[in-house]
Design a protein around this ligand. Sequence first.
Ligand code: MG
Length: 157
Amino acid sequence: MIRVGQGIDVHAFDETRPLTLGGIRISDTGGLAGHSDADAVLHAITDALLGAAGAGDIGQYFPSDDARWKDADSALFLREAKRVVDEMDADIANVDVTIIAEKPKLAPFRDAIQASIARLLDLPAGHVNVKATTTDHLGFIGRGEGICAMAITCISL
Ligand code: MG
């Protein structure tokens, strides 16, 4: 049997914070607002995995009003979702991510983000794909107000 899950996350920019996407520190400023480290990429993948597992969403596991997750490394969230999938005796077949951002240019970080996600999920590099795009200056992303990440995953059991 295979099961598919999808996840989406949006965070607004907070210029004072570091920008971390997919577990990779992109820059020391120009980051995202949020309770945790605001890694929208890892949040979207976490939700995709929980979706595939039929196990709810990231907010149920890590409420944003819980002080324990203040400035938390989102790798923790992803590892917990992986644990849920592992407990089902399921294997992650693939993870595909789209990052939608007008800035910064993410192409130079794509390979590193891909490798980081694969490492966090104990997957061979070829099981993770990361894409980056813009909205051609349209909407809140196009105006540079925030970043959106979307993820889809397939698990087999
Ligand atoms: Mg989030």
